[in-house]
Design a protein around this ligand. Structure first.
Ligand code: NAD
Length: 329
């Protein structure tokens, strides 16, 4: 089976690509290499994959790739993925996440792809209060430009299944963390600031709750879905490991033996969703998948990874200084 992975040079896509090579799939990666993409993540498998640098909006080049490579399965990770950036400028989110997904779906239809895995997110559902969970049939009420663009892509995928019979499966994972995450997201930001004894920006009072899924668990879930998932269906992929942001920050400070007074509360993110929580009975029942890694194990592994990869991290921090000034006030 030949896989075509979009966004394979990104955080989750690269974990999925490394696992694909280990699982002996023929693997083609397509990535624009935006600020968030980096081929260093694929170094250990570079001689075992085929890589094309392209925007998924480049219809002509994508057509050429599909014609040449004849993939069986498309796994679509490519996206603008950071909520804060979508608040600063939504336009590229619509361009890549909505228009780019439509172009990819069209080409997949033209070449009769056997399976299209559409990677969505738990954020498409909107927000929860203290109680309750999102089920696969919960209405989508997304709140940020990012989550709206992802909900559009999610719904486009289902429309291509329903309207044209394209074999699409929709996957909605919760917040991922782990190795190689670009240091604009909460966990790597905290690790890096703490290591440098700098103030750690925490939105509002740090009370927001996310469900933390270790990236290797997420990638494994996608493989299981490719093998056992039912076309036309939606699968939530969560870990059940809910934590308040402030708890996440404190657990990192504890591992690094740094004081809590580094925590600095900053003006809350506009429209900040309070809580996400996925019900995962469907994937457990139909696919037999369950997350293996607890938050405590995962966060320890993640902190260690960043400590062992400071050279890569420091390169990224240089790119981020200006951006940090814009988002954390
Ligand atoms: P990421 O930002 O680390 O990687 C995105 C990748 O897509 C990058 O390599 C980038 O170069 C590439 N890309 C961006 N625009 C492109 C374009 N126009 N054409 C081709 N390639 C392009 O993102 P991630 O955190 O790895 O997320 C991967 C997917 O999973 C996204 O669809 C995201 O919405 C979804 N998701 C992420 C999380 C999370 O917590 N990170 C949770 C749920 C769902």
């Amino acid at each position: 089976m030949k896989l075509l992975i979009t966004g394979g040079a990104g955080f989750i896509g690269s974990e999925f690509t490394r696992q694909a090579v280990k699982n002996l799939f023929e693997t083609v990666v397509v990535d624009k290499l935006t600020y968030a993409g980096d081929l260093e993540r694929l170094k250990e498998v570079e001689d075992k994959i085929k890589f094309y640098k392209t925007d998924i909006n480049n219809q002509e080049f994508l057509d050429y790739i599909f014609q040449k490579e004849k993939p069986d399965v498309v796994v679509h990770f490519a996206a603008e993925s950071h909520v804060d950036r979508s608040i600063l400028d939504p336009s590229i989110f619509i361009e890549t996440n909505v228009k780019g997904t439509q172009i990819l779906l069209d080409i997949s239809k033209k070449y009769n792809i056997k399976l299209f895995i559409n990677i969505a997110t738990d954020e498409v559902y909107g927000e929860l209060g203290e109680n309750g969970q999102f089920y696969e049939d919960t209405p989508l009420i997304p709140n940020s430009p990012y989550s709206v663009s992802k909900a559009s892509a999610d719904m486009l995928g289902r429309a291509y299944y329903r309207t044209y019979g394209l074999p699409v499966i929709t996957v909605r994972p919760s917040n991922n963390y782990g190795y190689w995450q670009y240091p604009e997201k909460l966990i790597p930001v905290v690790i890096i600031k703490a290591l440098n004894n700098q103030p750690i920006p925490v939105y509002g009072k740090g009370e927001n709750i996310r469900e933390w899924l270790f990236v290797s668990d997420c990638a494994q879930a996608v493989f299981e879905i490719i093998q056992k998932g039912k076309v036309g269906e939606i699968y939530n992929v969560g870990s059940g490991q809910e934590r308040r942001n402030i708890e996440v920050v404190k657990s990192i400070l504890d591992i690094l033996n740094k004081p809590y007074d580094l925590i600095t509360f900053v003006k809350d993110r506009p429209g900040h969703d309070y809580r996400y929580s996925l019900n995962t009975e469907k994937i457990q029942r139909e696919i037999g998948w369950k997350a293996k890694i607890t938050f405590e194990e995962g966060i320890e592994k993640t902190v260690k990874w960043y400590l062992n990869n400071l050279e890569w991290v420091n390169k990224k921090i240089k790119q981020l200084e200006e951006y940090w000034k814009k988002v954390y006030q």
